[in-house]
Design a protein around this ligand. Structure first.
Ligand code: ASP
Length: 585
């Protein structure tokens, strides 16, 4: 079909141009004998004017009809600043009704008033909304830039199997029954982790893949059962090489998609430092308000509550907010108190306020004058400052203070827009203790290398072992995880042992992988970048469904195709499967 350009591309510089456009009717208005139609295609919307002679031809046209229009671009008498094409309109000379449409069951507009479930049911119509079209194009661009940059850097794209063996990323597997081998199952990959490491052993040196990953996790608002990673692995490098690759990739993506110049190299902090300063391993660095440790001021305190915490190796920490004292009344502070008590098991929240040159607050009375002065000096308190204090074990106090930092930054609107703060968090703990399983488990995955100087404590003090795992955090979001891997078979076996995997069990699960280690494994490492998270940040949305063409709901349902769903008994019979708990739910 003839078409000269995209509807959304027309500008005042096109004035006088003869164009042929195609698109869907987004809106129509009649004004006396004139008809105005907003015609939408993927590039945007333009207003078409049908004069008396033409109006008759579109009298039956309704929303979502497809039209082909020939006409002239003219300057509008009154520009519409809300539209990219708002300075012009197209005067129709010919029109073809390409197809008609029934009334859409949802409102197709950026600020659609239709609820999300209904929109998801008619996702193919929802995807006509300009904002979603923009997001899909953005996602496509991110992938194109990634492919280009990685190709230029010598990475090759290799596909790994979707029908695979279980990979250990800590979530539950989606299983696919085998028809040919009844009773046996494939697992959909939680990530291509094992395959990409095998590709390093194969001598591919630099691999990437825009890889679909599947994790059967408990329902959470920002999760989808399947998601995409820009998955990267490289041989013979270390943290510096991996970080530089990712930094260059991010710089290119931000420049080419939203025209933002990122800093040349990103800040790095160890996990330990991160927890101490921000109470979180994914801190948002767009604002300050770091945690300040006051413990040293209270080691000799008469105030037993603080003194006993200091004596028991606890921490008395605080976060300070300037000009905020008058914004938190008694009631507001009670809410914060509930927040840290119920959300973080903190015993209490203390506070101080500087009000008209006088220190007030819940711990003013029990503190000595010298202590109060020391706090004022250490924090440089000024009028109307608010200080929130938690005294507890670091495990409780730091995350609680970190969460207060985030909450108040939102409430006080301290977060600048259009600012992108990247942070590498390094030296994650190697293991976490699982109360449920009563054993140490790998904090990242069991192929992550421990820090060399910590290897000797793998068994004597696993909790103190740091790993060569890292995350890249952007504005408080974890954008990627990765690590330098173990490339030594003996060390790999030790790590399995440390997490309670007997050699027998390890062999059963990863025998092929362990075997591969014997034939010359290069030092290697990599990352898996969460594509959806990245596109969400670039698109400025916090709804993951805004960047996925056909997403599931928060409860993991596809409302459009009504999946998951039952299958024919015959299909199950072939697979040798019988449903025993059909009525369970
Ligand atoms: N496979 C890891 C993940 O999905 C990423 C990596 O270590 O490269 O988080």
């Amino acid at each position: 079909m003839e078409r000269t350009c995209g509807n959304g591309t027309l500008r005042i510089s096109d004035e006088g141009r003869e164009v042929t456009l195609i698109g869907w009717v987004a809106k129509r208005r009649n004004l006396g004998s004139l008809v105005f139609i907003d015609l939408r295609d993927r590039s945007g919307i333009v207003q078409i004017t049908f004069d008396e002679t033409m109006a008759e031809k579109v009298k039956d046209v309704r929303n979502e009809y497809i039209l082909q229009v020939k006409g002239t671009v003219v300057k509008r008498s009154a520009a519409n600043p809300k539209m990219a094409t708002g300075e012009i309109e197209v005067l129709a000379k010919e029109v073809v009704i390409v197809n008609s449409a029934e009334t859409a069951p949802i409102e197709i507009a950026d600020d659609s008033s239709t609820n999300e479930d209904t929109r998801l049911k008619y996702r193919y119509l929802d995807l006509r909304r300009p904002v979603l079209q923009k997001n899909m194009i953005l996602r496509h661009k991110v992938c194109m830039v990634a492919r280009k940059v990685l190709d230029e850097k010598g990475f090759i794209e290799i596909e790994t199997p979707i029908l695979a063996r279980s990979t250990p990323e800590g979530a539950r597997d989606y299983l696919v029954p085998s028809r040919i081998y009844n009773g046996k199952f494939w697992a959909l990959p939680q990530s291509p982790q094992i395959y990409k490491q095998l590709l390093m052993i194969s001598g591919m040196e630099k691999y990437f893949q825009i890889a679909r990953c599947f994790r059967d996790e408990d329902l959470r608002a920002d999760r989808q059962p399947e998601f995409t990673q820009i998955d990267i692995e490289m041989s013979f490098g270390d943290e510096d090489t991996v970080f530089a690759t990712v930094e260059d990739l991010m710089k290119a993506i931000f420049k080419e998609t939203i025209n933002v110049d990122l800093e040349d190299r990103f800040v790095r902090l160890t996990w330990d430092e991160c927890m101490k300063r921000y109470g979180s391993d994914k801190p948002d660095l767009r604002y300050g308000n770091e945690i300040i440790d006051l413990t040293d001021l209270f080691r000799e305190s008469e105030f037993q509550v603080f003194r006993s915490v200091a004596d028991a190796n606890g921490v008395i920490g605080c976060v300070k907010f300037e000009n905020a004292a008058d914004k938190y009344s008694r009631k507001g502070l009670d809410k914060l108190q509930d927040f840290v008590k119920h959300g973080f098991r903190a015993k209490a929240l203390a506070y101080l306020k500087m009000e008209n040159g006088t220190l007030t607050g819940s711990v003013v009375k029990p503190l000595s004058d010298a202590e109060k002065q020391a706090v004022c000096d250490k924090l440089g308190l000024k009028d109307n400052d608010l200080v929130l204090i938690i005294a507890d074990q670091p495990k409780i106090a730091l995350p609680a203070l970190g969460a207060l930092r985030v909450r108040l930054a939102h409430e006080l609107e301290l977060i600048p827009e259009n600012v992108y703060k990247f942070l590498w968090v390094t030296d994650f703990p190697m293991f976490e203790y699982s109360e449920e399983e009563n054993r140490w488990v790998a904090a990242h995955h069991p192929f992550t290398a421990p820090k060399e100087e910590d290897v000797e404590r793998l068994f004597s003090d696993p909790g103190s072992v740091s790993s060569r795992a890292y995350d890249l955090v952007l504005n408080g979001y974890e954008l990627l995880s990765g690590s330098i891997r173990i490339h030594d078979q003996e060390l790999q076996e030790k790590v399995f042992e440390a997490i309670g995997l007997t050699m027998e069990k390890a062999r059963e699960r990863f025998g092929f992988f362990l075997d591969a280690f014997r034939y010359g494994t290069p030092p290697h490492g990599g990352v898996g970048i969460g594509l959806e998270r990245l596109v969400m940040v670039l698109a400025g949305t916090d709804n993951i469904r805004d960047v996925v063409a056909f997403p599931t709901t928060n409860s993991s349902l596809d409302l459009m195709s009504d999946a998951p769903n039952v299958v024919d008994k015959a299909q199950l019979d072939i697979l040798g499967i019988e449903i025993s708990n059909k009525d369970k739910d």
